[in-house]
Design a protein around this ligand. Structure first.
Ligand SMILES: C[S@@+](CC[C@H](N)C(=O)[O-])C[C@H]1O[C@@H](n2cnc3c(N)ncnc32)[C@H](O)[C@@H]1O
Length: 353
């Protein structure tokens, strides 16, 4: 595996036990993985990055893994991913690690690492941040993290977007963090109150699908692209159907209206094509790799089923792995379930003019 000069602390930790075995296992797994994944997207790209205050830092980086992809159970075999999850969310038992939220944290931060953006002079914006745990991990490693959300409003106002986060983020921190390095602001993703090009990195996890209509989502994507500086890194995680789906944005909106929100609610699940046209293109940013759209068959071994009244079941009868989901509803006497979906990571950069 080609190495870039950036050394990950998690990598050191992951390989500390038996470096040659851990590395060998992962390389072996990855080679197997390549047989069922789209092999052509396995060529990790070199990405041009830089820092406006440090022109000597303009350089190419080689990404260490595929980041523009669906969450796959096999990704948790990567010892570096596992170690990163354990750093960000300490105390998980091995089964609970296999959750797509943890995958989002790991893929975001490993991407930022590869881009050279985990540094003490870097400023990062989170959009639709809630009180996500990764904010505290980042605050311990970069100059500034600004978390934005419509705290106290909407259906998340008493959950992820609890208003208390504005005045007392420490109340949500699972470990000690550098409080001066995290700022929390009430802000609508559709109107980010920052000048163009003002952040080295921007990210949004499990949020853009909740921002509203197609036009709202497009507007928020544009805003994230606007406030990123050239050469900076963007990572948007959202939800994507597995395989082809006829449930385009238009059909989902119609279904949602037709069933009074019982089938999809007001949230969006994207098709692979929709990810590009509704998120990536409006950002004006470039994906750092082609989108890898397939997942291993074992990823769907335990499908999480979202039932009505917020009840949750699973096809395997267990909580984890929590990677692939579907919604299941009874419409009158007919049981109906949606196509399966999982998280997707869209890692992007802003090209230099
Ligand atoms: C599922 S939660 C995810 C929160 C957090 N990113 C996480 O991963 O735990 C979705 C978040 O999107 C936020 N949100 C919804 N509409 C928004 C908007 N217009 N502007 C900013 N945030 C919004 C919600 O308040 C909520 O915190």
């Amino acid at each position: 595996m080609t190495r870039c000069p950036i050394v990950h602390s998690a990598e050191v930790a992951a390989l500390a036990g038996d470096p040659s075995k851990a590395e060998a296992d992962w390389v072996a797994n990855r080679n197997t993985t390549a047989r069922w994944c789209a092999p052509k997207s396995r060529s990790y790209r070199r990405v041009q990055v830089g820092h406006p205050r440090m022109s000597a830092m303009n350089r190419e980086v080689e990404l260490q893994r595929q980041y523009v992809k669906l969450c796959d159970l096999r990704d948790f075999d990567d010892p570096i991913v596992r170690a990163r999850i354990d750093e960000i969310v300490p105390g998980l038992d091995p089964a609970a690690r296999q959750h797509r939220k943890n995958w989002e944290y790991a893929m975001l931060t490993l991407f930022l690492d590869d881009m050279g953006l985990i540094r003490e002079d870097v400023e990062i914006l989170s959009v639709g941040a809630g009180h996500e745990i990764v904010l505290f991990w980042l605050a311990n490693r970069v100059a500034k993290v600004i978390a934005t959300d419509i705290y106290g409003e909407g259906s998340f106002g008493e959950r992820e977007a609890d208003r208390t986060m504005l005045a007392d983020p420490a109340a949500f921190a699972p470990y000690a963090y550098r409080e001066a390095h995290l700022e929390v602001r009430h802000m609508d993703a559709k109107a980010l109150e920052f000048p163009d090009g003002s952040f080295d990195a921007v990210f949004s996890l499990s949020s853009i699908e909740h921002f509203g209509s197609r036009a709202d989502i497009r507007r928020a994507a544009q805003e994230m692209g606007r406030i990123l500086r050239p050469g900076g890194g963007a990572f948007i995680a959202t939800e994507c159907f597995l395989g082809r789906s006829v449930l385009t944005a238009f059909v989902q909106e119609a279904f949602s209206r037709g069933t009074g929100g019982r089938l999809f609610g007001s949230d969006r699940i994207f098709t692979p094509r929709g990810l590009i046209s509704e998120i990536v293109e409006p950002t004006g940013l470039q994906l750092v790799q082609p989108l890898e759209k397939t997942v291993s068959p074992e990823s769907g071994a335990n499908v999480i089923e979202l039932l009505s009244d917020k009840r949750v079941a699973s096809t395997g009868g267990v909580d984890h792995p929590h990677v692939v989901l579907r919604a299941k509803r009874n419409l009158g006497r007919v049981g109906i379930h949606t196509q399966r979906w999982t998280s997707v990571g869209l890692a992007m950069t802003k090209p230099f003019e």
